[in-house]
Design a protein around this ligand. Structure first.
Ligand code: NAP
Length: 260
């Protein structure tokens, strides 16, 4: 099994599948963050585009590839689709459901990070930006955002220098609503900017924003490829994988025999 990871779901799936002792599960990470190592066998770093991934698949011959990467990690998902088609390996997409607005939410949907940065100065002066360090420059270098005081929450420090008016908070979810309310109040946040990542770990900021009546600039997900089997839950993905394995590799959770 190859699990393309970098998400909590990918790590949980690798853990569940790894408990079936007859399966060898390799999790692949882009290798950009230093923490949060999943259990089991891990490889790090890019493959070298779709051709490089196809070469890896050819050499290692996994029975199935699960693309459990983040909904906004477009390139690796494209590569996974192209490479698995090339070598004829089954591909499953594990992707958590998108968040949906509920009564009281004040969401402004935009198609991408650039559009969020364009809109931001019209909505607030002290935004909390949770789009991740790699997308931070879209806001810090945008001429119309130069008068704003940005509070950016990232898992790892930004690699580029950030302007003095930017406050960087380093934190990793999961987050609770009480803590998110404290943060929004303490930094006098008047608008939240987020990708529609989905999932429970980082949902609390949306509940807190609703409670305080704040607007949310919600960056929509990039369109998913058509015709790909996509499941939203880790348990569902585990069942799908076990059902799709070649005959003869029956599951035996916790069996102690060596990996074949
Ligand atoms: P991306 O733009 O889709 O990928 C850029 C390149 O990074 C890929 O072409 C590939 O390099 C390499 N790569 C990405 N994920 C990989 C993986 N799991 N294993 C091996 N190589 C990988 O991805 P991204 O948006 O920069 O995200 C990088 C990683 O962070 C992803 O694994 C994703 O799950 C995770 N993540 C992303 C976000 C986000 O907002 N984008 C949020 C949380 C976590 P090669 O072409 O050389 O193979």
């Amino acid at each position: 099994m190859l699990v393309l990871g970098g998400t909590g779901e990918g790590h949980r799936l690798a853990e569940l599948l790894g408990a079936h002792r007859h399966l060898r599960v390799v999790t692949s990470l882009a290798g950009r963050t230093t923490q949060h190592r999943p259990e089991g066998e891990v490889r790090r770093g890019g493959f070298g585009g779709a051709p490089g991934l196809a070469r890896w698949l050819h050499a290692n011959a996994p029975a199935i590839v699960v693309d459990a990467t983040h909904p906004f990690a477009v390139q690796i998902s494209r590569n996974a689709l192209a490479a698995t088609e090339l070598v004829g390996c089954p591909l499953l997409r594990l992707q958590r459901e998108a968040w949906r607005p509920t009564a009281g939410d004040r969401w402004l949907s935009v198609p991408d990070v650039a559009a969020a940065a364009d809109l931001l100065p019209d909505v607030g002066r002290r935004p909390l930006v949770t789009t991740g360090r790699l997308d931070l420059a879209a806001f810090t270098t945008h001429p119309r955002c130069s008068a704003l005081h940005l509070v950016a929450r990232c898992v790892e420090p930004p690699t580029d220098t950030v302007p003095a008016r930017t406050t960087v908070l380093l934190a990793r979810g999961p987050y609770a609503v009480a803590g998110e309310l404290d943060l929004l109040r303490e930094h006098r946040i008047d608008v939240l900017v987020t990708k529609n990542s989905g999932g429970d770990d980082t949902r609390a900021k949306l509940d807190a924003a609703r409670e305080l009546g704040l607007s949310v600039i919600m960056i929509d997900r990039p369109p998913a490829p058509r015709g790909l089997v996509t499941l939203p839950s880790v348990a569902g993905a585990e069942q799908w994988v076990l059902g799709a394995l070649p005959r003869g590799s029956s599951p035996a959770r916790g069996r102690q025999s060596p990996v074949q």
